[in-house]
Each structure stands twice: as structure tokens, then as C-alpha cells.
Design a protein around this ligand. Sequence first.
Ligand code: ATP
Ligand code: MG
Length: 201
Amino acid sequence: MAEQNPKNERYKARQEKVKAEIDARIDAAQEEKGLFLIITGNGKGKSTSGFGTIARAVGHGQQCGVGQFIKGTWDCGERSLLEQHGVDFAVMATGFTWETQNKEADTVAAQTTWTECKRMLADQRYDVVLLDELTYMITYGYIELEEVLSAITNRPPMQSVIVTGRGAHRALIELADTVSEVRNVKHAFESGVKARKGIDW
Ligand code: ATP
Ligand code: MG
């Protein structure tokens, strides 16, 4: 008969302790509420994470809405797919680009999309609302921070909201339940590779 390996025994004991601790935490987490999540940071993967969560919710039959604050003219893969599955999109008016340098026109475009987003954030039929690249609208002063904080705070209690974009304002981070920062380790673009359909948009 194989002799008991003390290393294995210690490993098993440690794992059992970890499992007991996790089980206790799962039992203790009784609160049910919609969550506010932020995916920020300089690495690639923020919008794809937001859309991945929308796909997850759609898979459970939940109603979802998406506000997209840049790339209005882009042919976005997620949008093409998710619209076919009943996800409502509010996309910043076409023609919006960072090159326009026309603050007035850009503010109007951002405000129009934000009005749609506020409607979703006030409607309890939406289980999950994704506000993709919203952080920049606050940074550039196209949308008031206070308005965003208020719409998110006053949303229906079971509704979840995801905000993506670099440089999330600290007041948003404070309000959020879950915040993840995607760190850039390296990106193909830095070595001269073009953005790819299906990977980058
Ligand atoms: P994705 O939409 O792929 O999840 P993201 O939302 O994290 O990316 P954004 O800052 O919104 O990133 O930028 C969108 C585009 O810029 C994508 O094409 C993405 O591949 C590219 N990108 C993201 N991070 C970097 C980076 N660190 N360097 C260069 N390009 C990047
Ligand atoms: Mg993005």
C-alpha cells in the first residue's frame, strides 16, 4: 500500500481550509442587488469584457441596453450580433471623430446618446446596461459627472451597469461595486500591426 505523503496531506488540509473559508463567505453574501461595474486601465480588453457580460446576460434571457460613446461610424462586431438578440443600442451620432475638434458638435452628439442612456437607466425592464467608453465623455466635459453619478445611483435597484474606458473618474470608482483595471503588458499595435476585424472591433 502506498505510504501517505506528508506533503500531499498538508496540501489537502490547506485546500480544505481554503474551501471552508470560501464556503463561509458565500453563505454570508446574502444581499441581492444590481451591480455597478467599471472596467478601466490602459490595456486591451475593456469593451470586450463589457460586451462579454452583455452576451452572458442575453444568454440568460435578460434585457440589455448599450450606449456606445465612440466608434459611431465603426462597423462594430458586437453590435451586429447583439442587435439580432434584442439588445438596444444608443450609438453616438455618426460622423463623430476625435479629429473634429468641434466641442459644440461633439457635445451635442454625446448628449443625444446620453439622453438615450438615461432612459435605459430609468427603465426597470433593463437588467444590464453597458456604457461603453463613457469615461472619456466625462474627461472631455461633454457629459456632467454629477449627472452620471445621479443616473447610476437612482437606477432601478436590480439593474446592473457597466462603464468602460480609460481614466475612470475617482468619484465613479468610489460609487462602483466592482472595479477592474486592465494593465497594458504589450499590444500588437506598438510593434506596427494593424487593428484586426474580429479582434479589435
Ligand atoms: P477592446 O475593445 O479590444 O476590448 P479596449 O476597450 O480595452 O479594447 P480602447 O481603449 O477602447 O480599448 O481602445 C480600442 C481599440 O484600441 C482596440 O482596437 C484595441 O485593440 C486598441 N487598444 C487597446 N489598448 C491598446 C493599447 N494599450 N495600445 C494600443 N492599442 C490599444
Ligand atoms: Mg473600449
